[in-house]
Design a protein around this ligand. Structure first.
Ligand code: SF4
Length: 894
């Protein structure tokens, strides 16, 4: 039974075998998910065939949603100063502190820091509470770290924060340029759609512009490994090339654009030739010219840009430099022709709709227009309307550090890990008078620093709307009851508003009432001229509760004229500027703020395939840690030699007093002098591998987005005196210099290393587990080898061994399988002797997470004659479910 027509509430356990249509909670692709529910649990998931974003596909993260359902770290009750308490006590405490601080220091002494994981309804009332009732615009979001540059670039060019195109454009185009986007890992289903389009139309050209050769390059016709941060030089050169060779669209420019001459003059002076672009971008001139010719020769060109463009001290300019080229050629608003910003988070777009950034007001209105402030104040009946922009994320945490902001509420995000200079952010939170965190997990690095921690609902429990990268609003359905005392974020904010004395304006009974208000605000005075705004869902302003529960995915604007939504915008050449004309912006391209010293490498940060953000969900699934199970550093092979590193050993990156430990992976995909590290690891999963702690807090001066992609850092080998591994049933923080935790089905595995010799292995190992008294141990006399196993009631609880590098992978896997099992005397001997049982093979690194197919098995199949992805799939299943591993299979075949 498909229940899209049913009203599903979290209070009503589901009948056996129910299928719920909902939406994935991870990335900005926004895939539809069919969740199979039985006995009040999600037992499996599959892609919704009819959802326009994914048409039945899911990536490995989405197809593992059911496996990340139950976290041992789930927060079940409100906590005040580390002790469980009631909702009333916790919220009274928070409200009284907020009120006292505001009374003494004014409304700008408090702040909210939100998340692109929140639903639109949550976002809407948080924004309304702060900007209209508390009286401050100090409300920002982790979307600041993701796409703030694109927001401002859109506003400058189009007069509004509007993505003109849709996913179909990426399939229909003749030339697809992916710039600063490892689509294969960051937006896997969009990548699959592009890969399929390329298979069907091999003449479609795909260009990847990225300093790294990423998995996305597997489908590229050409890869330009440009110097980090040089994107705007490339696009300025393109604009000049288009003009010089007669490829600009004079009629389109004359009818629909302003600023062409000024933009061209700056571009031509800065990058007069493809050779000049080649010199700055550090790629061959013929490759640059080849891409320029492709852009010029085809009507249908799409330029997709993402974090590689946005996370920069000049991200706004980069966005405008590439949009300039589309405007100058009229390649916008047409099938297969558009610039396309793809967002990282599931509801980054929804946050932008409600105005959840400190420099936005609400519903695509800004603080630059006093009439807009008045309009919103009246609509909200706001007694304390904030009349100026608030502090953006980096400035906000600086103000907390400086003691200017004295109370902060963090919702559904983990800034102690994800902010640049994250160590300073931790200090700021430690010093802050009041830190409130609402989250589903109670022991994130940020929650550990909070005075008040409030349990929030999560995917499968939350109920409300999200908007994906192509402006498509979908319902993320709540169909399971939140555990313990967890509440939905909108309920928490509403209760808090009531405690602050604003109950009359925060008295919603159901999410639909918030949604209707949000839709009505989008329609308010949204008419021709200065007030006309792209975000308009007026046709949904009176949606019934039943229609809301049955809401089919729909792309805004949704108005009387376009009640079924709008696939693409600007087809009529009309933009949201006062005169209706698009603006080309003169761009003086510039390189990243901090230059590299000779003994430094440039650290680039980004996502890996199977993890999401700070791993609070994806880190709990053993399957999702099979692909990459430890923090690592991709290093060019010549840099491995130059810095005295060794493949597979640990190395340390250092900057601003922070360190990152990672396993060295020599990689010819890196440019010389540059390294790549994953952004996901944090204090829950590793001793010291928080990449963002090393990122400098340099931001784009216009939008405040930090420069995550370019941090000069020191690199050196970690001289380990010992290494080992530990498997155990309980979660601990081992007492040693380096550890990384890997979730197993029956417990945890830790890789360990120390810089100084341990004098007594036995004391060290046994002291980590004081509750265990039944130990068996084997060691040699000169302390070169040590192995111990601990049992409770005959069940294996712990196994610790030194010298990991001398253990075979098969042995390790076998030992992991013994955890939590009753072990007899001969079994104890086998564990100490390290003799694997029969039938346990070394799979190597996990490539196909869905079917648990490892690298060695795949290589064996290739040696045995499998010459294509399809042949591998037929023989050993890999790549036949979600397809996320296909780029790696192709690379192995190549
Ligand atoms: Fe979820 Fe993957 Fe789709 Fe992103 S691409 S929304 S993570 S299933």
């Amino acid at each position: 039974m498909t229940s899209s027509a049913q009203l599903i509430t979290s209070d009503r356990p589901q009948e056996a075998g129910t299928t719920i249509e909902t939406t994935c909670c991870y990335c900005g692709v926004g895939c539809g998910v069919d969740a199979q529910v039985q006995d009040n649990q999600v037992i499996s998931v599959s892609g919704t065939q009819a959802h326009p974003a994914n048409l039945g596909r899911l990536c490995v993260k989405g197809s593992s949603l059911h496996e990340t359902q139950r976290s041992p770290d789930r927060l079940l009750t409100p906590m005040l100063q580390g002790e469980p308490t009631s909702w009333d006590t916790a919220l009274d405490y928070a409200a009284q502190k907020f009120q006292a601080i505001i009374a003494e220091h004014g409304p700008d002494s408090v702040a909210f820091y939100l998340s692109g994981q929140l639903l639109t309804e949550d976002y809407y009332i948080a924004n309304k509470l702060m900007k209209g009732f508390v009286g401050t615009a100090n409300i920002d979001t982790n979307s600041r770290l993701c796409m703030a540059s694109a927001v401002v670039a859109h506003k400058r060019a189009f007069g509004g924060d509007t993505v003109p195109g849709c996913y179909e454009d990426l399939e229909q185009t003749d030339v697809l340029i992916l710039v600063g986007s490892n689509t294969a890992y960051a937006h896997p289903v969009v990548y699959q759609r592009i890969a399929r389009a390329k298979e069907l139309r091999p003449d479609m050209k795909i260009v990847v512009i990225d300093p790294r050769r990423t998995a996305t390059c597997e489908i590229a016709d050409i890869h330009l490994p440009i110097k980090p941060g040089s994107d705007a030089f490339f696009f300025n050169g393109l604009l000049q090339y288009l003009a010089e060779h007669g490829h600009t669209d004079h009629d389109y420019i004359a009818a629909h654009c302003n600023g062409f001459d000024e933009a061209l003059a700056v571009a031509a002076e800065q990058v007069p030739t493809p050779e000049a672009a080649a010199g700055i971008c550090e790629v061959p001139g013929e490759d640059i010219e080849h891409v320029y010719r492709l852009f010029a020769a085809h009507e249908k060109v799409v330029t997709v840009f993402s974090q590689g463009v946005n996370q920069s001290s000049s991200g706004v300019d980069k966005g405008n430099a590439l949009i300039n080229c589309h405007l100058a050629t009229g390649k916008i608003g047409k099938p297969g022709a558009t610039p396309f910003s793809i967002t990282g988070q599931p509801n980054a777009m929804g946050g932008r709709e409600v105005g959840g950034l400190a420099n936005q007001l609400a519903a695509h209105m800004g603080y630059d227009n006093p009439a807009s402030i008045e309009r919103v104040a009246q609509f909200w009946q706001a007694p304390n309307m904030a009349r100026a922009e608030g502090l953006k994320a980096v400035d906000m945490f600086d103000a907390i550090h400086a003691g200017k902001i004295k109370a902060v509420w963090v919702m559904a995000t983990n800034p102690a890990v994800t902010m640049p200079d994250a160590g300073k952010v931790r200090e700021a939170l430690q010093q802050c008078e009041l830190v409130v965190v609402s989250d589903c997990i109670g022991n994130t690095d940020t929650a550990k620093l909070a005075d008040v921690v409030l349990p929030a609902s999560t995917w499968s429990e939350k109920h409300g709307t999200v908007t994906n990268s192509e402006r498509c609003i979908s319902l993320q359905k709540g169909f399971l009851a939140p555990p313990g005392e967890a509440l939905h974020d909108w309920q928490i904010i509403m209760r808090f508003a009531q405690k602050l004395g604003f109950g009359e304006h925060f008295n919603y009974r159901h999410q639909v009432e918030i949604f209707r208000e949000h839709a009505a605000l989008s329609a308010l005075d949204n008419t021709a001229g200065v007030a006309r705004r792209g975000f308009n869902i007026s046709a949904l302003a009176e949606i019934s509760e039943q229609d809301y529960e049955n809401l089919s995915p729909i792309q805004w604007p949704v108005t009387i004229e376009s009640p079924k939504g709008t696939l693409r915008l600007f087809s009529d050449g009309q933009f949201y500027t006062p005169d209706g004309r698009a603006r080309l912006v003169p761009i003086t391209a510039r390189l990243p703020v901090k230059t590299q010293l000779p003994n430094q490498v440039i650290m680039n940060t980004g996502r890996i395939r199977d993890q999401w953000h700070t791993m609070s969900r994806t880190g709990t699934a053993a399957k999702l840690l099979g692909h990459v199970d430890e923090p690592y550093i991709d290093v060019h092979p010549d840099d491995v030699t130059r810095f005295g590193l060794l493949e597979g050993d640990l190395a340390v990156l250092k900057n601003r007093g922070s360190v990152y430990y990672g396993r060295v992976k020599p990689s010819a995909s890196q440019r010389l002098g540059e390294v790549f590290v994953p952004m996901h690891w944090n204090g829950k999963y590793a001793s010291s591998s928080c990449a963002d702690a090393l990122v400098n807090p340099y931001v784009d001066p216009i939008c405040g987005q930090p420069e995550f992609k370019h941090s000069p850092v020191m690199i050196k080998p970690f001289r380990q005196a010992w290494n080992g591994f530990l498997i155990c049933t309980q979660d601990i923080s081992p007492n040693c210099e380096y550890w990384a935790k890997i979730t197993l089905d029956a417990g945890y595995k830790f890789r360990l290393a120390g810089g100084e010799s341990l004098t007594n292995w036995r004391t060290w190992a046994h002291s980590q587990f004081p509750e265990i008294s039944d130990w068996v141990t084997v060691e040699d006399s000169d302390q070169q080898f040590f192995r111990t196993a601990g049992f409770i009631d005959g069940v294996l609880q712990v196994m610790f061994s030194t010298a990991t590098d001398k253990k075979s992978a098969a042995e390790m896997r076998w030992l992991e399988q013994q955890l939590g099992r009753a072990i007899d005397a001969s079994g104890r001997f086998a564990i100490l002797a390290g003799i694997p049982g029969a039938g346990v093979e070394d799979e190597g690194a996990m490539v196909c997470s869905c079917f648990q197919v490892g690298e060695k098995t795949i290589r064996k199949a290739i040696s045995g004659g499998c010459a294509s992805v399809e042949a591998l799939g037929e023989k050993i299943n890999c790549g036949t479910n979600c397809g996320s591993c296909i780029p790696e299979l192709k690379a192995m075949l190549r």
